[in-house]
Design a protein around this ligand. Structure first.
Ligand SMILES: Cc1cc2nc3c(=O)[nH]c(=O)nc-3n(C[C@H](O)[C@H](O)[C@H](O)COP(=O)(O)OP(=O)(O)OC[C@H]3O[C@@H](n4cnc5c(N)ncnc54)[C@H](O)[C@@H]3O)c2cc1C
Length: 484
């Protein structure tokens, strides 16, 4: 009998535990340790943030589902890793702290034969002075409660505009090395659409601010897409969309401080500037959770497991940008020091960024961190689960299931308005996510699978994905037929 422990019931961890439970026989124990009581389909937070969905449409409680499926659920957060065990436990365990109920604050040792760390990112608001959801006129859509708060404030802003007030809206990245530009892009498009719907568009200046070198970088160094037979760089596509919507933009900007309605930022050419706003949604930097790891004797071995995020089978050798290759990216998400530990989704440490690193004249690094969106988070979780299942069933250590962001595709479908007939979407598919200039010298990507589209179809796809992925997450009949 084997025991598999998954940390984190987000997109990645929930995917992994679902496949583990489905494909491992009942003699094997599967356990999930996560502080959240609800599953949330994060991509739909955008619609909560504009008042078009309620949190109960994008979330569901985890405890009843896990009970029904025979998955042990410990509502706690991992605090430290002990991959060699200790004098009491002769195998790896994690120390977790209960976050709810009578045991709140108490710790528990959860031992395992295999461990999947799917704890995603820490939303590192503290890395930017004054950036806190609900403070200093800044909001967030990174969680469903943040998004609900954003909607309350956005709604109040709309009411002020209806009374004749003119306002400034600022949306983008709130840190020099933030990622997730796609989510901010989707939110700015939806906000702009809602202003039109409420007939107050003329009362608002809407501005995009980001650490991208140019528009459309999205943390993947931009992408050239095939669109109606033409090759269109994402920069041109996003510029066209912003121009069409009257959205201003500030790029090459590293936001370092927020004060009541003022964003202070440094530009790549070394200038320090300020942008004022009445409503700001700025994505924070994402970091690792700051976990510590200890050996059998209590010695600190954090550097064997973590480099901010968890160390996996990537090539972390520091090299200049022009020497980066797709082979640097991990394929199994297995920790090299402890082969029974894996980290799919956002929890793994990337070998480097995808966008070109750039430094300001003052020496500040201003460029996007690499995104790990929902699709690769789900795919990497499934392949990790499949490898563990094979290792348990076949009693060997062979990893047959591989998937690198250098040979995996992703679809970014940004809804740009809500409604069956009035919704629109900007669809960008990219394959691979990390450009491979050796294989595809022209643009770094396979053009037949790197496509752009603008229109109602993208919105419908996004809405369909909302329902399909919630169906899958609820493990309803034949859920596994829906791909990641
Ligand atoms: C607003 C927004 C919109 C987005 N839109 C899209 C989109 O349209 N398409 C797309 O592909 N991607 C989108 N993304 C990205 C997508 O949400 C992420 O790629 C995905 O959530 C990453 O999955 P994950 O499981 O690695 O991390 P998460 O989903 O963040 O899950 C991490 C889990 O770990 C838990 N956890 C945290 N700390 C601990 C701990 N100490 N111990 C145990 N558990 C812990 C958390 O509670 C959480 O359940 C969006 C992201 C945001 C913020």
């Amino acid at each position: 009998m084997a025991k598999v422990v998954v940390l984190g019931a987000g997109i990645s961890g929930h995917t992994a535990i679902s496949y583990l439970r489905k494909d491992l026989s009942k003699e094997h124990e599967v356990v999930i340790v996560s502080p959240n009581s609800n599953y949330q389909w994060v991509p739909s937070n955008i619609w909560i943030g504009i008042g078009r969905m309620k949190p109960n449409q994008t979330t569901f409680p985890l405890a009843p589902l896990y009970k029904k499926k025979g998955i042990k659920y410990i509502q706690a957060k991992a605090v430290s890793f002990h991959p060699e065990g200790d004098s009491e436990i002769n195998k790896g365990y994690i120390l977790a702290e209960y976050v709810i109920g009578d045991k709140k604050g108490q710790t528990i040792k959860v031992d395992y034969d295999f461990l999947i760390n799917a704890t995603g990112p820490k939303l590192n608001f503290e890395a930017t002075e004054g950036l806190r959801p609900g403070k200093n006129k800044t909001l967030s859509v990174c969680t469903y409660d943040h998004a609900m708060h954003a909607w309350n404030d956005f709604d109040a802003l709309i009411q002020r505009m209806k009374k004749g007030e003119s306002v400034k809206i600022l949306i983008g990245t709130g840190h020099a090395k933030a990622t997730c530009q796609g989510a901010a892009f989707e939110y700015i498009m939806n906000v702009e659409q809602e202003l039109n719907r409420h007939k107050v568009r003329d009362k608002a200046t809407v501005t995009w601010i980001s650490n991208e070198y140019e528009l459309g970088d999205f943390g993947i160094d931009g992408v050239t897409v095939k669109m109606n037979g033409d090759l269109v760089p994402s920069k041109d596509l996003i510029e066209m969309v912003f121009e069409d919507r009257g959205i201003k933009s500030i790029t090459k900007a590293g936001v370092y401080k927020i004060e009541d309605g003022n964003a202070f930022y440094e530009t790549l050419n070394g200038e320090y500037k300020t942008e004022s706003f009445d409503f700001g949604m700025l994505i924070p930097s994402f970091s690792g959770h700051g976990f510590k790891a200890f050996d059998k004797n209590g010695g600190d071995i954090t550097e064997k497991l973590f480099k901010g995020f968890m160390i996996v089978d990537a090539d972390y050798t520091p090299r200049p940008y022009k020497e980066w290759t797709v082979q640097d990216w991990p394929e199994t998400y297995q920790n090299p020091s402890y082969p029974n530990i894996f980290a799919p989704g956002i929890a793994f440490a990337p070998p480097h960024t995808i966008s070109k690193p750039r430094t300001s004249k003052n020496g500040t690094a201003i460029f996007p961190a690499p995104p790990r969106t929902g699709m690769p988070s789900g795919i990497t979780a499934k392949l990790v689960a499949d490898n563990i299942i094979e290792m348990i069933n076949n009693g060997n250590n062979k990893l047959h299931h591989l998937g690198s962001m250098g040979n995996m595709g992703a679809a970014c479908i940004a809804s740009t308005g809500y409604g069956f007939l009035k919704g629109r979407g900007v669809t960008i598919t990219t394959n691979p996510i990390v450009p491979d200039y050796k294989k595809y010298p022209e643009t770094g990507r396979l053009l037949s699978k790197t496509i752009g589209d603008l229109g109602l179809a993208g919105h419908w796809v996004k809405l369909t994905l909302h329902y399909a992925f919630l169906y899958k997450a609820k493990m309803k009949p034949f859920w596994w037929l829906i791909p990641e």
